[in-house]
Design a protein around this ligand. Sequence first.
Ligand code: C5P
Length: 218
Amino acid sequence: MKKKKDIITVAIDSPAAAGAGTQAKLISKYYKLFYLDTGKIYRYIGKLKLDNKKEFNYNFIKKKIRNIKLAYLKNKSLLSNEVAVSASEISKDKNIRNIVHKFQQKYAYNPPKKFKGSVLDGRDIITVQVKDAMFKFFITASLNVRAKRRFAEYQKLNKKMTYNEVFKSLKNRDKSDRNRKYGPLKKTKDSILINTTKLSKKACFKKIRAIMDKKLNN
Ligand code: C5P
């Protein structure tokens, strides 16, 4: 794939609800980068499976991905736990991962003109998708804190789940995402660990900004 030269590339991997999306959005705004939440694409396919049990096959997915509108990835219907669980299931499939990779790498290496680069977050961004990223962050937090944050988000969205259910679902998803054969979540040696367990969003971003500014201003 042709790669646009002189762009800033930021790759972030993280388990669910660790705050990676929040930091990615802050990074994208501050540095004028295109942001792609790759989990949303797996969620989109996970939802396709739930809604189209009969037609669901690789060609169906390819066609849908080809015609996907980026704005749809912000749709609230992708935020449910049911869709997240389905996403985690379909994302184990190597062929599905390959379909998604092309789409993601296009945006990572050739972001729309008005942006100075790209920031992608997910599970395999550093390990597979944007291995040569200029910045690599592994963002994590304790399971307890992540479950609390996700539970609060679900409450705001009026989703009827107890804290224990949220905790269990995240724990299962962690296990599946970390132990799967293709594109498992793991921290590489060359990525910078950001633990958000005891950090506010602001404090976290300050840390990231210090790291990025140091390199960019050199
Ligand atoms: O990040 P989010 O929780 O929205 O992702 C939903 C699911 O999509 C994850 O649990 C994971 O199984 C899958 N995913 C993935 N690779 C990525 C991003 C997400 O397999 N790069």
